[in-house]
Design a binder for this molecule. Structure first.
Ligand SMILES: *Cc1c(COP(=O)(O)O)cnc(C)c1O
Length: 821
């Protein structure tokens, strides 16, 4: 105790980075914390001991950051996302805490290979694809640019499924990432909240109760318990918290039922609660029309909002100042029910007048839209919403009457068109439109690339945009260069440091200094050598895992992303089939040796996507066994694409396939990762590809195909794919081969329906873009023959991609939307 009677706590001593000491401490952890003898320790034990050592350093910085945030009393950012596609954390944390080299040396002294144990860390896949990965990149960037932020999500016991390929077909298996425990998370039993479902709503009674104040008596309740993971920013300046909720039963076991012999009944509540946070819903770009999904959305929204409100009241007292101290970002509409939940907390629990509550809510929330696909816009049947969330249904109606009133008073809407902005879709079965709720409840609505934001104004939110013309803004996505350049590509990172120094490590825009090295032939040689080494490493991995034989001298052409018709893996496969035909017809020509790699998961219920995976595998088997194209064409599907696989494949890519139907990819972030690792992009003018072209220069990217406007025009004119196919001999031949069973002799009709779809409607304009794509690929071949020119263009890509760092994106959010930088 000091004189004021306060306990004086010792400050933790700085942890040494001397590799000898580090080695000693790792052994101490192994011995005294884990009870293992170093001589008998298994790789998993070493991994655990190393993580604990890195973790200590993270925790010191975490405590300091949390203290600083409390003391500053400034605005905090809350990033609500149903997905966080994190991947492994060890290298990320060690690198950001600037101890990666020391750890590596320490382990070497102990006879342990960092790469081997790092590969044992489970890949945390609490997301489907780009949207979840964006949330993970943002968490790291928010810590890096010193934004006090909390991520909120769900701690899925089984995240994204593990994909195996069996006889060419996708098989889904549960991913058990928590089997060996998770050393990065801390359970916070003190942070737990009740979340209700169903039941009844009565008017609140009492002298102070306002007319809108209600009392909700849920029929069912579960407990949300927090698990916190520290997310360290670059150089450890700030460590933020990712808070994931687990559902627990209020009564884990009903003893009276158990004692009466009803053992299953006694555990029913427990099982029901656990089911809530068990699985991640697959994104198949169609709303999972399932009650459990809406339950998950409300569960995590309610727990997060209760936590945010509790923290605000604890530190600032007055709930009315919430918008000054909290900026809540909704990552897509999955957390949109939060808008109604905050209204409920304000009106029912805090007795705030409805209109004032609505003002507070709108000043607190902002919303990011991620898709224009109409079938992907979330909506819930009114009867389901009402049964599960009766109080929220009332609030939605009350918000809606204000919204429609405002629209009428604006004089801009005829009675016939006002329905478009309503929160309730009245066509057919009545549904609650979550996109409109998120839009109405936010002061900022952003798209994720310039093109996407423009299209948002013209399509999905055209009417709401007319009513609130200042609300929509653009925040082009980015990726964290710590993970997607420095950690995944140490070879290239080292080469860049040699050339331009370390400035780019702190400011990605400084990569620009590399531009002039594009004309330096010695640098180009080193650059090509690094790429070659990365390709050799990928080849070795795929040889071990898949017994694949890839020649690192060939052009590595890679398309990895969720399998979806709009992303057009089919266009790529059909072109591969066409190339295969051409090589066989003209073996005398000088063909550029190509390895075509595919990877990605299909939503389990998405029939055509799964068939496309099978087709890629069927084509691979045929092509790879045909001696007449040996050494010229190879096709390989890589199973179980995830963050860790991306980290190996992207640095090894020569060519990045970003070939979605123009107007359909909101942004893409895979495109950015490839370019900064020195791949050239072949792509359409879609999503962020448009801005990538502007940055890298049109001579350093291969653009083909229809523009978004041309796609819309073609559709409006009545697009006839049959005519297009009739005019392209190469396309017709490739499609005939696929439909005729050349690649599926065991089941010749397997692809008849898939190909028929291209003739009949071709929703995604595969036929319309085929000739242009094929010509672009031959342009790529020609370029490949001039390796010096290729290297020059690739170096320009690396040098000019700095703007696509998620640090830039986060600074824009912080300045324009959250108003904190
Ligand atoms: C970056 C990333 C994505 C997003 O890729 P797109 O090509 O933008 O769709 C999906 N999955 C993983 C594992 C990623 O790392």
């Amino acid at each position: 105790m000091d004189l004021q009677g306060q306990t004086v706590l010792p400050t933790p001593t700085p942890r040494p980075l001397d590799p000898d000491l580090l080695a000693q401490q790792i052994v101490e952890r192994l011995t005294y914390r884990m009870g293992k003898n170093a001589a008998a320790a298994k790789p998993h034990d070493w991994l655990h001991a190393v993580i604990m050592e890195i973790r200590n350093r993270v925790i010191d910085a975490w405590i300091a950051s949390t203290k600083k945030t409390h003391e500053e009393k400034g605005r905090r950012v809350y990033y609500l996302s149903l997905e966080f596609l994190i991947g492994r954390l060890m290298r990320d944390a060690a690198s950001n805490m600037e101890m990666l080299d020391a750890v590596q040396v320490a382990l070497r002294k102990l006879g342990v290979d960092l790469d081997i144990i790092a590969a044992l860390e489970p890949d945390a896949a609490l997301g489907n694809g780009g949207l979840g990965r964006l949330a993970a990149c943002f968490m790291e960037s928010m810590a890096t640019v010193d934004v006090p932020a909390y991520g909120y999500g769900i701690r899925y016991v089984n995240g994204m499924f593990r994909q195996e390929i069996s006889d060419g077909w996708q098989v889904e298996l549960p991913e058990t990432w928590l089997t060996h425990g998770n050393p990065w998370e801390f359970e916070r039993r003190e942070a737990s909240y009740e979340v209700g479902f169903g039941g009844m709503v009565d008017p609140a009674e009492g002298p102070d109760c306002g007319p809108h104040q209600m009392r909700w008596r849920p029929g069912e309740r579960v407990i949300a318990t927090a698990y916190d993971t520290p997310i360290a920013g670059w150089r450890g300046e700030r460590v933020n918290t990712l808070r994931l909720w687990e559902a627990q039963p209020i009564d884990p076991i009903l003893l009276d039922k158990f004692n009466a012999g009803d053992h299953l009944g006694a555990l029913a509540e427990s099982n029901r609660a656990e089911a809530l946070t068990r699985v991640l819903y697959p994104a198949d770009s169609s709303p999972a029309g399932q009650e459990l999904r809406l339950r998950q959305e409300y569960f995590f929204s309610s727990a997060s909002l209760q936590d945010i409100v509790r923290r605000h009241v604890q530190y600032h007292g007055d709930i009315r100042t919430l918008p000054d101290k909290a900026a809540i970002q909704l990552n897509d509409t999955h957390p949109a029910v939060s808008v109604a939940e905050l209204m409920r907390l304000l009106v029912d629990d805090h007795g705030i007048d409805f209109d004032e509550a609505w003002d507070i809510t709108r000043r607190t929330f902002s919303y990011t839209n991620h898709t224009l696909l109409p079938e992907a816009l979330e909506s819930w049947p009114v009867p389901l919403f009402e049964r599960l969330l009766p109080r929220h249904m009332q609030i939605v109606y009350a918000i809606n009457s204000r919204l429609l009133g405002e629209a009428r008073r604006s004089g801009q809407f005829a009675d016939s068109s006002i329905g478009a902005i309503s929160l309730i879709d009245e066509g057919g079965d009545r549904r609650v439109r979550m996109g409109n709720l998120a839009f109405a409840g936010s002061h900022s609505v952003n798209g994720v690339s310039a093109l996407h934001t423009d299209l948002m104004k013209q399509t999905v939110f055209a009417d709401l945009h007319r009513l609130y013309p200042a609300r929509i803004n653009n925040k082009t996505n980015g990726v964290t260069f710590r993970r997607w350049l420095m950690q995944c590509n140490p070879g290239l990172t080292g080469l860049i440091r040699e050339a331009i120094g370390d400035g780019f490590l702190d400011d990605a825009e400084k990569l620009r200094d590399l531009d002039r090295f594009a004309d330096d032939s010695a640098f180009r040689e080193k650059f090509l050598a690094v790429k070659r080494a990365n390709k050799a490493a990928l080849s070795a991995l795929l040889r071990d895992r898949l017994n694949a034989r890839l020649d690192p001298a060939a052009l590595f052409d890679i398309q990895i992303k969720r399998i979806h018709e709009y992303k057009r893996q089919l266009l790529n496969i059909v072109e591969a089939v066409s190339l295969y035909d051409q090589i066989r017809s003209h073996p005398e020509k000088e063909w550029v040796p190509r390895v075509k790699l595919f990877g990605g998961k299909a939503a389990p219920s998405y029939h055509n996507a799964k068939l496309i995976i099978k087709l890629a595998n069927d084509v691979a088997r045929t092509v790879n066994h045909d001696p007449s194209v040996q050494g010229m064409l190879k096709v390989q599907f890589v199973p179980n694409y995830n963050v860790s696989m991306a980290e190996v494949m992207i640095p090894a890519a020569d060519l990045s396939e970003q070939i979605s139907t123009a107007g359909m990819e909101a942004s893409g972030t895979g495109n950015m990762k490839f370019a900064v690792n020195g791949a050239l992009t072949i792509g359409t003018l879609d999503g962020a590809n448009v801005e990538m072209r502007d940055h890298v220069g049109e001579e350093n990217i291969v653009i083909f195909g229809l523009t978004a406007q041309e796609v819309a025009d073609r559709r409006a004119q009545g697009y006839s794919p049959r005519d297009v196919i009739g005019e392209s001999r190469e396309l017709a031949q490739a499609l005939e081969a696929i439909a005729g069973g050349v690649f599926s002799p065991d089941d010749p009709d397997r692809y008849k329906g898939l190909v028929q779809g291209l003739y009949d409607h071709d929703w995604f304009m595969v036929a319309a873009d085929f000739d242009s794509y094929s010509a672009a690929q031959r342009q790529v071949d020609a370029l490949w023959l001039d390796q010096q020119l290729w290297a020059k263009k690739a170096i320009h890509n690396v040098a000019r991609m700095g703007w696509f760092s998620s640090d830039r994106t986060i600074r824009e959010y912080a300045t324009d939307i959250w108003k904190i930088l």
